[in-house]
Design a protein around this ligand. Structure first.
Ligand code: ZN
Ligand code: ZN
Length: 331
């Protein structure tokens, strides 16, 4: 007899379900981990801009949303050494057979699934599943709240893999949401002149760390810079990024939107700007960054904590209200 996990009711769970409308389910089936996978009891789940885009049609996803989480492994067939460990998880699951997967680039597998985004139920539920190979153990000195940021912090760390930096560059990060702030923090660990431009004085205030400069975008009048990281979450951000970038500079795109309307790219041609798309990074790098800079003020970014039953309040604050990161505390 295979022992399953401890729970009041081991066949159903509380979960949010997106099916063109968002609903709270009090008795959704608990997922069953296949061999090589783990069942994780979720303790925190974060709402991210991608979740809000999914609700506008991004990726045509239907199912349990959510890809930013902290949890504990409660079952792991064939990998029992993981049971009881506190974990976060890499979100992409490649097919394991194609050239991308075999080359270690499963993030770009054409048949990949992404937890809570494409082909696999996410973490806005009491339990979620991921392959054991996607899990990363969270060190004791990183809190549950902070660990939810490992996924977006890894995405911010990805910038450092993609652009070689000398430290003397002038960089603008556009967008004072979580990803913009985390990106500017990551960059300010290697570059002196990082300027975060946003639209909200209170968010910019929370973002100040390591002598990084912040300004309201509407008041910015500086010279075009070497590198612009676009993290506004808005389709208009690219045009602003191209305007703020110097000729022969680099614009890095972090925004994914459901909207199909694109900006004019004429400025990219005229100024011969290199455009670099940037998505997910490795969580091990995010943990290293926190270990190296333990004063990184991640928990300041938590605006509110809700229960799953309060999903509509949580999502309305995350999408329209004054907020940075809105978390679910589960149960
Ligand atoms: Zn996200
Ligand atoms: Zn593959």
């Amino acid at each position: 007899m295979k022992k399953r996990f401890n729970s009041v009711n081991d066949s159903t769970m509380k979960a949010l379900l997106w099916k063109g409308g968002l609903g709270f389910k009090s008795a959704f089936p608990v997922p069953e981990p296949s061999p090589g996978w783990a069942l994780i009891k979720v303790s925190r789940a974060g709402i991210c801009g991608t979740d809000l885009e999914i609700m506008k049609g991004y990726k045509s996803f239907k199912g349990v949303p959510g890809h930013e989480f902290t949890g504990k492994v409660v079952s792991a067939p064939e990998h029992e050494e993981w049971i009881g460990r506190r974990v976060a998880g890499e979100i992409n699951i490649g097919c394991g057979r194609c050239a991308w997967c075999l080359g270690g680039k499963e993030n770009h597998c054409p048949d990949r699934r992404v937890i809570g985004i494409a082909g696999l139920d996410g973490c806005m539920a009491e339990y979620c599943t991921l392959p054991v190979g996607n899990l990363i153990e969270i060190p004791d000195d990183i809190s549950d709240d902070a660990a939810v940021f490992l996924e977006p912090l890894a995405a911010a760390c990805r910038i450092l893999d993609q652009i070689p930096l000398e430290g003397r560059e002038k960089i603008i990060v556009l967008g004072d949401g979580c990803l913009g702030i985390l990106s500017s923090w990551v960059l300010s660990t290697v570059v002196k002149d990082v300027h975060l431009l946003g639209r909200h004085g209170w968010k910019l205030e929370k973002a100040r760390w390591r002598g990084m400069k912040t300004s309201l975008a509407s008041q910015w009048s500086g010279e075009p810079v070497d590198i612009v990281v676009e993290a506004t979450g808005s389709p208009d951000g690219i045009a602003d990024a191209l305007r703020l970038c110097r000729p022969l500079g680099t614009v890095m795109l972090k925004t994914t939107v459901s909207s199909q309307i694109g900006p004019s790219l004429t400025q990219a041609v005229v100024k011969e700007i290199t455009i670099v798309g940037s998505r997910c990074g490795k969580m091990g790098k995010a943990i290293n960054l926190i270990n190296t800079f333990p004063d990184i003020p991640i928990e300041l970014l938590v605006t509110a904590v809700y229960r799953l039953e309060q999903a509509s309040e949580a999502f309305s604050l995350a999408s329209g209200g004054p907020s940075l990161k809105v978390l679910f505390k589960i149960p």
